[in-house]
Design a protein around this ligand. Structure first.
Ligand SMILES: *Cc1c(COP(=O)(O)O)cnc(C)c1O
Length: 355
């Protein structure tokens, strides 16, 4: 038997959201926070045309997409680093800071990729429990040591949907030393409507140790193509580019992302529709008697404790796949109105107080 790294024995495998099918053949996938919309025809056309070139390697620098992102946000192209999904950019970030003893702080529960990436990179995870489903930024700042290399702040938080306000984030960043990298993971930025939730790019502009992670997977509807990016100052973006596996972002992903930025207005109208549905779903759940934290993302969170898997099974009977975290709660993506109605019926039938 080959000798593998010991960490592989204890590393939690990443569990992706699954699809389920009801007895009468209905299936609503509300388990991965994807866009419920089919891709835009204009984007599909670009991908179909691009398929004619897949005998060639992609542009390793993804120059056109890098330029397009830089233009979109008014930042220098040198401040942009791309990856095969922002999960891969996050992995690249871990690669840039991890060395024996290096500590990375993040809230818990938060995005389930963080512990996995920390283990893979050989970093020490320092998990700071949520308070009232939100980041405990005071405790996170208290957790900083001289071994801290990086801090992830997921805003709004996956899976609870709760976002951090401007004053709290400013006060937190003021406590972080310059030599600690802060990553603002804003995978759901486009869904934020609370004006008090800051755009992380404002902090990046003022602070060289702050960078922002964004993705084309959620609001832009390209989850299947794998493309995300970081915006950070030159040393940060350059380090992340340096550890990128060559050709990681494929040609179709590059051109589809460029086309999606061009079609942004149309895509953001869809985001508006999802946000309206989010309000409707949350209000209906509250009406049913559930406690639902206010969410700035494209999902809602139900803290179900020991009932979590039972609840997920009850939803599955109706063909609704949710994302359960055993013993904690279930995250439910906002889908199209039919999917949401089906979920709401399942939730009502289960009842918030079912033992
Ligand atoms: C979905 C998600 C991502 C993005 O993943 P991709 O790799 O870009 O598909 C990143 N961070 C968080 C918190 C997410 O929920």
């Amino acid at each position: 038997m080959p000798h593998f790294r010991a960490i592989l024995d204890t590393m939690p495998p990443y569990k992706a959201g699954k699809a389920v099918v009801s007895a009468d053949g209905r299936s609503y996938k509300l388990s991965s926070n994807e866009s419920p919309y089919d891709p835009l025809p204009s984007v599909v056309d670009v991908i179909a045309e691009g398929a004619r070139q897949i005998n060639r390697y992609p542009d390793p620098a993804a120059a056109e997409l890098t330029e397009a992102v830089a233009r979109r946000y008014g930042v220098p192209p040198e401040h942009v680093a791309l990856g095969a999904g922002s999960v891969t950019v996050a992995q690249q970030l871990f690669e840039t800071v991890s060395e024996p003893g290096a500590e990375v702080i993040y809230a818990w529960r938060s995005f389930e990729a963080y512990p996995l990436l920390a283990d893979l990179a050989g970093a020490v995870s320092v998990r700071v429990p949520l308070v009232d489903e939100a980041h405990d930024l005071d405790a996170m700042a208290d957790a900083i040591t001289d071994r801290t290399r990086m801090i992830f702040v997921c805003n709004p938080n996956n899976p609870t949907g709760v976002a951090i306000g401007s004053a709290a984030l400013t006060a937190f960043l003021d406590r972080v030393p310059d030599n600690v990298l802060v990553v603002l993971d804003e995978a759901y930025r486009e869904y934020v409507r609370d004006p008090d939730v800051p755009d992380g790019l404002g902090f990046y502009r003022e602070r060289p140790n702050v960078c922002v992670l964004r993705t084309f997977s959620k609001a832009y509807g390209l989850a299947g193509l794998r493309v995300g990016y970081l915006i950070g100052h030159e040393p940060v973006a350059a380090a992340v580019r340096k550890v990128m596996v060559p050709f990681a972002v494929n040609h179709l992903a590059q051109i589809a992302a460029v086309a999606s930025l061009q079609a942004e207005e149309e895509l953001l109208e869809r985001v508006d529709a999802v946000v309206k549905e989010r309000t409707r779903v949350r209000e209906a759940l509250v009406e049913q008697g559930w406690t639902v934290p206010s969410t700035e993302a494209n999902f809602v969170w139900l803290r179900l404790g020991e009932r979590t898997l039972d609840f997920a099974a009850a939803c599955a009977v109706e063909g609704v796949a949710v994302r359960p975290f055993a013993g904690e709660g279930a995250r439910v993506s906002i889908g199209d109105p039919e999917a949401n109605d089906t979920f709401l019926r399942a939730a009502a039938a289960y009842g918030p107080h079912t033992p």
